[in-house]
Ligand binder design. Structure first.
Ligand SMILES: Nc1ncnc2c1ncn2[C@@H]1O[C@H](COP(=O)(O)OP(=O)(O)OP(=O)(O)O)[C@@H](O)[C@H]1O
Ligand SMILES: [Mg+2]
Length: 362
């Protein structure tokens, strides 16, 4: 058993501790929540790439603030439908659809007079922001137009300020940046400690997942990788998560078109790739020197030889097809750098089997 507590690996999990978002929490508090509690309504738009903690930050704040109501825009065709739903959630089911905005806000005003100032969160609002300009106008200016004590927090992946009209009044902008590799590492270390059995993973696995996730900058992506890698290892009846479990997880999330890419390679190119795979069994990356030696060895069993320029040409082709990736790493205390090759999005064990199969056929 590797996963002993599955909940923290679920992407809808709201953690006890939210790392690196203290400034965002403070910004929402000071621009929306504090003013709302003293009767001032403001609006804010939170935007940022997927997995940057937009939803979690708001849900985190909801734990201590009962005035916040959360809705997901994807369930509604427009803002009016969302507000009608809101009225029924707050105890005033509307008997017929198609209320006017003045009707809606007049009912809302009477609810808020008992309930107190309210903060409405509309998550996943990207398409509403583009399509429902009339609804947005009524919602965001409701405090002036209808005297409604309502503040709105809109959440979107895109930055809407470039296309949004000015008629909505002043809106605070809060951008959530992508997480760095180090930040992602901290986030998944916490999740791993909460959910996985001790001794079933090590630091280098967490580091590997963080490195793969860093270009995307998404905590969601990293947590999903950790979860899938853990279940993959359980499925193999292994006692611990290995590098190939992470690669399998990537290939699951990001279905890799291995077959069609491999079909673009000739026998020599397949040989180089096979050599790299055999070196990567327990390593995350290998340097070119090791690749050259391994090509010699593997080549012998297939009766093929490749010289150095040929190997380098193949490496460039494999890179351009995104089958391998490379980075330059310094060689310890010497001041030179060497090229390191890695394969991150497909398990090398499976890739090796496929390559041997193809070489045998051509
Ligand atoms: N700062 C953080 N500390 C701890 N966990 C985090 C942090 N940021 C995000 N997470 C976790 O990452 C996952 C994704 O975060 P969240 O759903 O909040 O992202 P999002 O910005 O709303 O993404 P999307 O745009 O795809 O909805 C969640 O499981 C969340 O708990
Ligand atoms: Mg979200």
């Amino acid at each position: 058993m590797i996963v002993v507590n599955p909940a923290p690996l679920d992407t809808s999990y709201v953690p006890e501790k939210l790392f690196f978002r203290d400034d965002k929490i403070a910004a929402i508090q000071s621009s929306i929540l504090n003013p709302s509690s003293s009767g001032i309504s403001n609006n804010i738009i939170i935007h940022g790439a997927s997995g940057t903690g937009k939803t979690s930050t708001v849900k985190f704040l909801m734990r201590d603030n009962k005035s916040i109501i959360y809705e997901n825009a994807l369930s509604f065709k427009n803002i009016k439908a969302l507000l009608e739903h809101l009225l029924s959630r707050l105890g005033r089911p509307v008997s017929y659809r198609g209320l006017s905005f003045p009707d809606i806000f007049s009912i809302l005003n009477s609810i808020i007079s008992f309930r107190g100032n309210t903060v409405l969160v509309i998550d996943e609002g990207t398409s509403l922001l583009k399509s429902d300009t009339d609804g947005l106008y009524n919602l965001l200016r409701a405090p002036e137009i209808y005297g409604t004590s309502l503040s709105t927090i809109l959440i979107s992946m895109e930055n809407p300020f470039s296309y949004m009209e000015r008629k909505y009044g002043t809106i605070v902008e809060l951008k959530f940046n992508k997480y760095s590799g180090t930040e992602i590492y901290k986030i998944i270390s916490e999740r791993a400690a909460l959910s996985l059995e001790n001794g079933t993973y090590n630091d280098s696995i967490l580091k590997y997942i963080s490195d793969i996730s860093a270009p995307v900058g998404s905590a969601r992506f990293a947590i999903e990788l950790l979860q899938k890698a853990a279940y993959m290892a359980e499925y193999r009846l292994s006692g611990s998560i290995e590098n190939d479990d992470v690669r399998s997880a990537v290939s699951l999330i990001n279905p890799y078109i291995t077959e069609s890419k491999l079909s673009l390679l000739d026998k020599k190119e397949l040989l180089v790739l096979l050599s790299i795979c055999s070196l990567l069994g327990d390593k995350l990356s290998v340097d070119m020197h090791a690749v050259e030696n391994q090509v010699k060895l593997t080549g012998e069993s297939y009766g093929m030889t490749l010289n150095r320029p040929e190997i380098y040409r193949v490496i460039r082709k494999l890179e351009s097809l995104d089958i391998i990736s490379s980075s330059l790493q310094s060689r310890g205390n010497r001041s030179s750098v060497s090229k390191h090759i890695s394969i991150n999005d497909v398990p090398v064990s499976i890739l090796s089997i496929k390559i041997r199969d193809i070489i045998a056929r051509i």
